[in-house]
Design a protein around this ligand. Structure first.
Ligand code: TPP
Length: 355
């Protein structure tokens, strides 16, 4: 049930400049205050700007590679806020910029990784961009091998269950990953042992150039959950509030010992698979243009405005602040030193005694 919250527009603005005074009553999703909803919107905007910056830097020849998150922001931010940040673990994949930024990664850290600088916190500049690994923020290292991280995440959930720690593990992946044997093994194991895990498929209908109908003979990824003995739930992954409610319920199920859930968030990918791909070799410009109607950011903006939780002036100010943050992070990260020959073996071989 949505919670009713009394909210003054003046209070709603916090330190931002919403000027209207009247008291209104709005219906908010359970667990989300007006302030949190605005924060979620801010994370989506920040992600979009980081994403745009990554592709611009790639085209300028300054970074080798970028993987877009555009079209996925709502699903990822919703999932991050449905978890207990600081307690629950996320096991993400390469398209999860919004999830990472909502889970505590800063724009500086994100940009440092794109530039592959020596002090990149994810991998000291060794990995592809977006190959997150931030243990202090409960973000597990991702695997470039599609679906390999799903078994890793299920192993983590098994460990938490064995230690009786009330920790939920969220594992994300695309629909193409669900063709991998490892994905099925992980789902099967999690179902047998009723592990505290939430699987979230970010279904953008393409695995690089391969459309969903060539990946599976079922209409929905969520249909596959029945074979493993737990629920599969579909949501509109461009609707941040709807996705939040679905993931929150799945997180509660997991935490209370009722086992896994497979959430299928129907999203879209607005750009090519990565900066190394050209989507126009497998879909038309008209199809790409039509996707823009599903953009989660204006949609959430309209939702917040309809409820009096944001106004145009505040939106403008938030976007300007986010742009300034991304600009600052870009300049700062670019100025950081790259790895040197002396760093060649750092993090490659274990150092110190093995136990
Ligand atoms: C085991 C394996 N096979 C193939 C690849 C190459 N590959 C990289 S991304 C990708 C597509 C994955 O698609 P999906 O899981 O739907 O995620 P999306 O990129 O669409 O978000 C493929 C096939 C890989 N990295 N690992």
């Amino acid at each position: 049930m949505p919670a009713l919250e009394e909210e003054s527009l003046a209070n709603a603005s916090n330190d931002l400049s919403m000027k209207s005074e009247p008291k209104i009553r709005v219906s908010l999703p359970e667990g989300l205050s007006a302030e949190t909803l605005r924060e979620m919107y801010g994370r989506m905007v920040l992600t979009r700007l980081c994403d745009d910056r990554a592709f611009a830097l790639n085209r300028q020849g300054k970074i080798p590679f970028a993987a877009t998150c555009q079209g996925h922001e709502a699903a990822q931010v919703a999932a991050a806020y449905a978890l207990k940040r600081g307690t629950d673990w996320v096991v993400p994949y390469y398209r999860d910029t919004a999830l990472a930024l909502a889970y505590g990664v800063t724009p500086r850290e994100q940009l440092m990784c794109l530039f592959a600088r020596k002090d990149d916190i994810f991998s000291s500049g060794r990995q592809f961009p977006n190959h997150y690994s931030v243990p202090d923020r409960k973000i597990a290292s991702i695997s470039s091998i599609i679906a390999a991280h799903v078994t890793h995440g299920v192993g983590m959930a098994l460990a938490f269950a064995m230690r009786k720690e009330p920790i939920v593990t969220l594992i994300t992946f695309g629909e193409g990953s669900t063709s991998e044997g490892e994905w099925h093994e992980a789902m099967n194991f999690a179902g047998i042992h009723q592990l505290p895990v939430v699987f979230m498929c970010e279904n953008n209908e393409f695995a690089i150039s391969v459309p969903q109908k060539l990946q599976m003979a079922v209409a929905n990824v969520a249909d596959r959950a029945a074979a493993y003995g737990f629920p599969g739930v579909i949501c509109d992954g461009t609707d941040v509030v709807a996705t939040y409610s679905v993931v929150r319920e799945a997180v509660e199920r997991a935490r209370s010992g009722d086992g896994p859930t497979l959430v299928e968030a129907k999203v879209y990918r607005a750009m090519s698979h990565t900066s190394d791909d050209n989507q126009l070799t497998y879909r038309t410009q008209d199809e790409v243009d039509a996707l823009k109607a599903r953009d989660p950011i204006p949609r959430f903006e309209a939702w917040l405005k309809d409820r009096g939780l944001l106004d145009d002036a505040t939106i403008k100010q938030m976007k300007q602040q986010a742009q300034a943050e991304v600009d600052e992070a870009t300049d700062w990260a670019e100025a950081q030193p790259p790895p040197t020959e002396a760093d060649l073996y750092t993090h490659v071989y274990a150092s110190g005694p093995l136990s």
